[in-house]
Design a protein around this ligand. Sequence first.
Ligand code: ADP
Length: 448
Amino acid sequence: MFDKILIANRGEIALRIHRACREMGIRTVAVHSTADADAMHVRLADEAVCIGPPNASQSYLNVAAILSAAEVTDSDAIHPGYGFLSENARFAAMVEEHDRVFIGPTSEHISLMGNKIAAKEAMQNLGIQVVPGQEHVLQNVAAAESSAMEIGYPVLIKAAAGGGGRGMKVVETPQDMAAQYHAARSEAENAFGDGSLYIERYLQGPRHIEVQILADKYGNTVHFGERDCSLQRRHQKLVEEAPSPILSASERETIGQRVVAAMRSLKYSSLGTIEFLFEDGEFYFIEMNTRLQVEHPITEMITGTDLVREQIRLSAGEELGYTQDSIHVSGHAIECRINAEDHRTLMPSPGAVSDYHAPGGPGIRVDSALYSGYRVPPNYDSMISKLVAYGNTRAECIKRMQRALEEYVIDGIETTIPLHLDLLKTSDFNDGLYDINWLESFIATHYE
Ligand code: ADP
């Protein structure tokens, strides 16, 4: 097992990884920008190294500074968390070249899944159904038009290097194609430095359902059921729940088995999430995330597993040590992402937290690096806390989430807590009847 892990991230996920390390008897190294000198992960880690100014490109994305910090502190391994360098194949390879372990899959697997066209093609070859479309780069508007005619409108233009919902445009009619193609292209170029686009059918009312897997280096692969992440705004998740309220036991088992078989054939190892759109009883693969995900705690709650611990253990070369039969889903869990944003406009609201009190009690978990007096910097993602509720039933879980949201005190900045309280009251949410467009229209109609 590792003696010391460098955590190449910030905020709640840096703290989450630190907590797993602590329980495993592993020492931790925090790296931070100058804007994060007072952050919780920096205070709690055994050692801390400042790696640059607030701008992430000069700190949390600064490969040379992070590798030097690993060298100076003699860390055995680097945990990238999510975002930042977590899906950067070159970084993973460089960590290994520097004789340290990258806590994640091989750089080859990261690279394969990082290109969404190659990922779709690979999954199709492994017998997984993908969203109907074309698995090649669009050369120009004319090519996009003829592809769209074949697929049938409406279509979605997506960035091959995509992530965070960027570089994605719906095209309803042939007349809209040129404008949307150019808009997607420049958005992709700006966000990813790669303007490659592809095209697929635009599904009009699917659910987003994803399967969590774990695989060791010896071919032992298991899944931990699914998460339903259909409550999204601008293609970004805001509330997630597990299990999905609309999946039958046989649908759950079928998709779990298919995914495990595909990952085994691919010789994938480490944690991973395979994302699907689910419509009319069919699962259509959209992408795979080769890292820990924001919403991993809901799976931990319903399966009683510490996924970060498992990820670290398997990266150190340990065997999985159990089989699918021993993984049981019990109860229900919901995660509300609390962002430092105005709950009506969802505009960022950074600043000082004048008073802070986290909820507790039965079935409540708060993953957050906030504290009273902390100043939320304007430089990073606005998610400041993940409130997770567990219940024996979905109804109990919703009630717990409501009372925990009511207890939660975060003064001094605006947060999305009021939005969560409002949406939890709706009959659609309580009945589990929502698709990927539901939240956008709820916000539009409710806060007009
Ligand atoms: P990203 O990597 O940018 O997050 P994804 O491919 O994971 O992009 O898609 C993010 C979200 O965008 C999905 O959860 C879904 O809401 C929407 N989406 C993606 N592909 C389609 C599609 N073909 N039809 C309808 N919605 C889609």
